[in-house]
Write a protein that binds this ligand. Sequence first.
Ligand code: GLP
Length: 261
Amino acid sequence: MSTSATHLPDALTDDRAKGVQLEEILEGVVARLGPGSLLPSERQLTDRYHVARMTVRGAVDALIARGLVYRSPGQGTFVAQPRFAQSEALTSFTEDMRRRGLRPGARVLSHDVVAADANTAIQLEIEPGVAVVRFERLRTADNEPMALERAHLPLERFPGLDELDLGNVSLYDELRRRWDTEIHHADQRVYAVIHHDPDAALLSITPGQAGFRFVRLTRDAAGVPIEYVESLYRGDHYEVRAHLHRGAFADAAGTSDTGGS
Ligand code: GLP
């Protein structure tokens, strides 16, 4: 505990709100310490900076809302794991978690065969009414809920997928192993969402918390759609990363803007 209290400035200044300064100080502590480290206690901070307990609590709450720390009742406040990045790499949930040294999990919430509705049919490039396997899974990392996935795959292409136990398995591994199908590329859209119950309860978050909705259409090497899936991710554990190139498109746009006719 003493390690996290060292390197703390001795006092706050008078020129800015104390809560804001405390938040900045704690952010510095988080940056220096590794995930799982204990932060100075609210009591230590109150005594050191001569501020109200409420002020300290507010600063800690702000860091919790930003996903930087978490409170463990009776034990204190700890540095959270860095956010999981959804990037441009086409990875599976299992791969993402393993790369971080976490144990991926999947709990099947529903699993059935339905007739493709109009949107699913358009996405999967099949006729409306054709049988699709639909399933919903709660994805976990070291048993902690991370995301809800609602997937649709054509039954004709994956016979037996409706019977397969999808608990704690990688869908992409199964597609490779059983149906010799390799995921090749995908289009994914990201939307902001507010998680309400029952989703919030399944994700173990307070209803009203913000999160992400990823809608992904995956294809094989020939471009044939394989999987149409909506995934709801916790906003406190995820960030979306993009690698941006200023390439030919930017030049072309600039030229056409000024070029005129
Ligand atoms: C991610 C994607 C899903 C995809 C899943 C497959 O979570 N958002 O669209 O279905 O990965 O992961 P796995 O192979 O671990 O089941």
